[in-house]
Design a binder for this molecule. Structure first.
Ligand code: GLC
Length: 462
């Protein structure tokens, strides 16, 4: 360990600190973060307005459909497995009488969420709206009302954006080419596939969604990986022609400002307006879906569950803590991306109390500290074990999640243009020292009463 002379900037306090060998790791990470992101295809043709999305920071994902009745997640038809003829009996039982669009939208808004993306149709092929393209839809349930219409009306009323998740896979239709797919083999289908017919069906449904429900902020596709040639998640090549040029073109021609996203687990394809990461921060591959994708220069979004399930799961009580969820949100912001946080409503249409309570607390946190998240871009270093950094204008926000993860109680960071720093939500004065020669600033956490969720340092830069 070698003592370094430190130049004290604020508080006229003389301070000397030691920068340990461990701090070098932080330096290495800083340098790595400085590497340029890989440029990706952008949607040159229509260039929809992505400003709202970049500002939004936080959105609500909703996985809701007849699978909720079985309480085992949205993949239950495939995993259990349940043949199509039996599964489709759910149409007689699905009756979400307690669904209240105003309540869902209220929960999202109070959580500080700026957009909602709901499953219009998941892999089971059930349509949550009054579609003319299939009888397997919400109008033919005892509930008999168009959930998407109610939600669209309410979102307009309460001023929040609405987008639609749309599955590319279909486990119940004959025309979907399941024979070459990775899933859907146990649905009991025997009839010949009709790929072109299936593409036509999707286009007609997408046309309905983008014609009859007002402004649609996002079309969020999922399931490309079902047809990957290698049968692995990170393979961009597909054994089928998804006609993305036509599908994306259709979306943009019907609603030029609708953003196209596709959870294909690989780097963006032409015509996509933002890049999606499933259960991982951009650049991570902890969940195993992101090996094949590099962080592009498109706007970014990471989607995550509150417990471990997308669709309602009656025995899944693994809800993350508010601290974990806030850190996920801040971590995404630290990569310049949004967090799309999921709720899987119960079969009666209500959002479970465990999720609703956490979302309310996130909203309270954001009401105080949201300015360090909304409208920010990535900081000077990518998210670390100890926290993440966001940037807005001449401020950096250094979010410290885990003071214990910081060696020797002091963080040494190379902060470009550093001119001063203070605690935002920790009592007392921040002790720090900047070394003009090396550009490293040492922020002393030792002795500070750190916040249990996120201790925020506001740095001003020149
Ligand atoms: C996966 C799953 C799906 C879920 C989605 C959300 O692709 O297949 O059930 O809707 O992730 O990101």
């Amino acid at each position: 360990m070698k003592a370094i002379k430190l130049l004290v900037l604020a508080g006229a306090m003389m301070l000397s600190a030691t920068v340990s060998a461990e701090a070098k790791e932080v330096r290495a990470a800083t340098d790595e973060a400085a590497q340029e992101a890989v440029p990706a295809a952008t949607n040159e043709a229509t260039k929809p307005d992505t400003r709202w999305f970049r500002e939004a920071g936080f959105g609500m994902f909703v996985h809701f459909g007849p699978y909720a009745v079985l309480g085992s997640g949205e993949w239950v038809m495939e995993t259990r497995p349940i043949a199509r003829a039996q599964y489709m009996k759910l149409q007689d039982f699905f009756n979400p009488q307690a669904f209240d669009a105003a309540e869902w939208v209220g929960i999202a808004k109070r959580a500080g969420m700026k957009y909602i993306i709901i499953t219009s149709r998941h892999h089971d092929g059930f349509s949550m709206w009054d579609t003319a393209q299939s009888e397997w839809n919400i109008m033919n349930t005892p509930y008999g009302k168009d959930i998407l219409r109610r939600l669209a009306d309410e979102c307009r009323e309460q001023g929040i954006k609405l987008g639609f998740y749309y599955s590319l896979i279909d486990w119940t239709r004959d025309d979907y080419q399941w024979r070459t797919g990775r899933t859907g083999h146990r649905a009991g289908r025997t009839a010949p596939n009709d790929w072109e017919g299936y593409i036509g069906f999707m286009k007609r449904q997408i046309t309905e969604l983008l014609t009859d429900y007002g402004d649609v902020a996002v079309m969020w596709f999922d399931g490309h990986w079902d047809q990957n040639v290698s049968g692995t998640d990170d393979d961009p090549t597909s054994g089928v022609d998804w006609h993305y040029d036509e599908i994306y073109g259709l979306v943009h021609s019907l609603q030029p400002d609708c953003l196209v996203a596709n959870n294909h687990h690989t780097s963006p394809f032409p015509g996509e307006d933002y890049q999606v990461f499933e259960r991982d921060l951009p650049g991570e591959n902890k969940a195993g879906y992101s090996a094949g994708q590099q962080v592009s220069q498109l706007p970014l979004e990471t989607c995550e569950t509150i417990n471990g399930s997308w669709g309602y799961h009656i025995t899944d009580g693994s809800h993350k803590s508010v601290a974990q969820l806030v850190r996920r949100l801040v971590g995404a912001a630290g990569m310049g991306g949004n967090l799309l946080l999921n709720v899987g409503p119960m079969p009666d249409g209500r959002i479970d109390e465990g999720s609703a309570a956490r979302l309310a607390e996130m909203g309270e946190w954001l009401a105080r500290w949201g300015h360090t998240v909304y409208g920010t871009s990535a900081g000077f270093i990518k998210p670390q074990d100890w926290g993440a950094v966001t940037r807005k204008g001449d401020k950096y926000y250094i979010h410290i999640f885990d003071g214990a993860g910081v060696a020797n109680g002091a963080l040494a960071l190379k902060i470009p243009g550093f001119s001063g720093a203070k605690w935002l939500n920790v009592a007392g004065e921040l002790r720090y020292a900047a070394d003009r020669k090396t550009g490293y600033v040492t922020l002393v956490l030792d002795g500070a009463q750190l916040d249990p969720i996120d201790s925020i340092i506001e740095v001003t830069v020149k």
